[in-house]
Structure formats: C-alpha cells, structure tokens
Design a protein around this ligand. Sequence first.
Ligand SMILES: NC(=O)c1ccc[n+]([C@@H]2O[C@H](COP(=O)([O-])OP(=O)(O)OC[C@H]3O[C@@H](n4cnc5c(N)ncnc54)[C@H](OP(=O)(O)O)[C@@H]3O)[C@@H](O)[C@H]2O)c1
Length: 286
Amino acid sequence: MRALVTGSTGGIGEAIARRLAADGMSVVLVGRNRERADAARRRIAAAVPDADLSCEVADLSLMASVRSLGERADPLPDVVVSNAAVVAPLDAVTAEGLQLTFATNHLAPYLLLRTLAARLGDGPARFVVVGAAPRALARVPVDLDDLQFRDARTLGPLPSFRPFAAYGRTKNMNAMFGYALARRLADTRITVNGGHPGIVRQTGLGRHARGAFGVFTTLLNPFVPDVDFGADNPHWLATASEVEGVSGRYFVRREEVPTATHTTDMARQDRLWDSSARLVGLPVTL
Ligand SMILES: NC(=O)c1ccc[n+]([C@@H]2O[C@H](COP(=O)([O-])OP(=O)(O)OC[C@H]3O[C@@H](n4cnc5c(N)ncnc54)[C@H](OP(=O)(O)O)[C@@H]3O)[C@@H](O)[C@H]2O)c1
C-alpha cells in the first residue's frame, strides 16, 4: 500500500506519515523544500527503522506545481492525506496571482485530488482532507462572492485575527470540497472524508500570528496536546476498517460529526466547485 501525505515536513503531517510508515505503507512525503522533506524523512526513518519513504518536492501554493505532482505520482497512491495548510497574511499573493492561504489550503487539494481521482479511475483509494474544528468554523462561512478575501473588513474588527478568519474560511472550503468530491465519486471505489485533527501544539501553523492573535496562540500552547494526538483522527480515517467504504462524512476524534449547514448546502458546494475549476483550469465535470 502506498500513501501520499502533503505537508509532511513537520507538524501533524509528519506525525501522520510516521504512523502510516509504521503500518508498513510506502509513504511519499510532500514538501516544498527538499532539505525539510529530507530532514522529515530522516526523523521518521529513525523512529520507524523499516520505513519505506520517499520525498516529492511541490509548492502547493502554485497550481503548476500541484498539477505536476498529481500527474507524476507513480505508482498511484492508495491513500492520500491532504494536510498542508498555512495562515498567511491577507495581502500575500502567489506568482500565479492567487491569495496564498486560499491557493494552498483550498485550490491545492482541489486540483491534486481531482487530478489523482481522474488517474485512479476504477481503482480504490481513500482520500482524507484535514480540516479544522466544525464548531469554530460555523462562525466563518465561505463568502462565495469573495473567495480570496478582498474585502478584509468582513473578516472581523481585529486586523491581527483576520488572517486566521480567512484560514477558517478555507477550512470550511475543505469540508465543502470533500462533500462535493465524495458525491461526484459515489460510483467509484474512492472514498473522501474530512476530519479535524484537534487543536495541537508544536506546529508551524501560527508562525504568522501577530498582535493580539500572536499573544493568544502563545498563551494557549501549554494547555493543548501534541502533534501525535493530532495525527490520530486523520490516520484512523486513512486506515481503519470501521470507515472502509464510508465517504462524504466529517469526523472529530474518530466520531462522525455534522458540520455547519453553510458547508453541507449542495448549491453552495457546487458554486465553490465551479469557481475552483475555473481558477485551476479544469473542466467543471470530473
Ligand atoms: N495545529 C492545530 O492546532 C490545527 C488545528 C486544526 C486544524 N489543523 C490542520 O492540520 C493540518 C496541519 O497543520 P499543522 O498544525 O501541522 O501546521 P504546520 O506545522 O504549519 O504544517 C503545515 C505543513 O504544510 C506545509 N506547507 C505549507 N505551505 C506549503 C506549500 N506552499 N507547499 C507545500 N507544503 C506547504 C508546511 O511545509 P513547510 O515545512 O515548507 O512550511 C508543513 O509541512 C492543517 O491542515 C491545519 O489546518 C491544525
């Protein structure tokens, strides 16, 4: 069995990759930086001596790089964990002209999983899209008319919290995309599920935190569990027999949970799907 894990150069993704390697899977670590990917590979190999590991370099904020990753995957993976994410400044824009948080957190999994699904055809696979806490996300619905946060004022009164609110919207996009992809793959042997890893420390996610938000995340750190806790739910979704054949659901701590109605609304999911297709240059139909 082969697994591909994005964002596995550190944090929760590395812990997921380590668990999958310990299960005996061949694991492809995806990172944007060769040295960081190799360093993660060495750490996992030290913890799991028989680990079968390889690295793929891809900058997931760039759609050309994501497309190439999806097209060159060989052999095709049996498990894909879309885990990479950032909380970037609102004015950070990629060389392709896309807002960085939106491109990395939403468009990258959209393009990667669609590309892999097309190549997998009738083959079986499990896709896991790492999201975030549904209760917190209920407060930050996706603005389908402003996917790239051009109107910053709608992200709340405190400027230092706005990048995190934008990140929250992209995590809602993850849930919406997971449901929409699962519907479109219902007649295949590919399953797609979303899951919250839990709030955990030792990750790089808050690295851009400034002002009141920076203080908030620093104060929170001693009271939250570590990355291995965060790996549990995504790893379980990727491997457990209990969720064999289950698709289009969302899980927290191995329990199925509902997400906000603004994420389960199929018309909203389809609008996001269509806009995303246009932005990455794919046809709307799978
Ligand atoms: N930490 C939490 O409390 C928490 C809570 C809820 C949900 N989550 C979710 O858990 C997942 C993992 O987050 P984390 O906390 O482990 O964060 P993290 O430590 O910052 O890890 C993020 C990973 O994504 C990679 N990445 C970022 N931008 C990339 C790009 N352009 N191309 C390729 N890789 C890129 C990073 O690689 P580099 O090494 O190159 O930066 C890193 O490996 C995310 O989906 C996040 O939304 C986390």
